[in-house]
Design a binder for this molecule. Sequence first.
Ligand SMILES: Cc1ncc(C[n+]2csc(CCOP(=O)(O)OP(=O)(O)O)c2C)c(N)n1
Ligand SMILES: [Mg+2]
Length: 256
Amino acid sequence: MRAGSTGSIKRMIRPEVFPTPFCPGCGHGILMGAILRAIDELGWSMDDMVFVSGIGCGGWIPSPHYAADTLHVTHGRPVAFATGVRLYNPDLHVVVVGGDGDIASIGGNHLIHGARRDLDMTVICANNGIYGMTGGQVTPTTPQGARTATTPEGNPDRPFDLCKLVAAAGASYVARYSVFHVRQLIRAIRTALTHPGFAFVEAISGCPVQYGRRNDLGSPSAMLRYFQDHCVTQARARLLPPDDLADKIVIGEFVT
Ligand SMILES: Cc1ncc(C[n+]2csc(CCOP(=O)(O)OP(=O)(O)O)c2C)c(N)n1
Ligand SMILES: [Mg+2]
């Protein structure tokens, strides 16, 4: 247990919202715990936090689950709302949590301009590569070839690499881990929370219901095993030939 940690995140959640609305095996549940563990390990109080999320399953991670002040705002706009919160009260830790649709599709413009301005906030994208809540439509991070409700023959388009996108736009802390790599994910969130400036953490999450079942990964364990098998460190990625790298997810800290 780290110094400062109470070893329990129970005080940080609202018991009345359990059982959680997430589907069984949703990777967002792991991320929900990882964010709280990072805050607990820092010894921070939930009274000093404000969470801002848009619409989508990813948006449900802080609201209604967290026992803190939360803004559950318009789809795609959490970074804009968070900017206002940050300006009004610079003493608060402002954390945006949202899905890949929320943060990088409809919210993509706010994301890149938040990064460009290096706004002092943490943005955590729960990237499951799909619009989970609305029935499994394709998103800007859906892997090429993946089947979704709107690309039943396979996604013809290239996905965004969100870490490269925000790094190029000017974010000053950028990291990516999957929900399988939960210890590394917690550490990255901890670093992001203490980082002055625009800190972006991409959490690769699994949606067995909308993504998995269309792509032969329909069980929670199959999704986690996929992340275990396909995530590679930057050091390993440098050694892989381009063909082998094509279906891999590079994890690590990209901007520190
Ligand atoms: C302005 C607006 N456009 C579209 C929607 C419908 N909508 C709600 S959530 C969502 C996408 C959710 O996907 P994502 O953000 O990836 O979250 P996930 O459910 O996958 O965690 C969409 C398209 C909306 N609520 N508001
Ligand atoms: Mg999504």
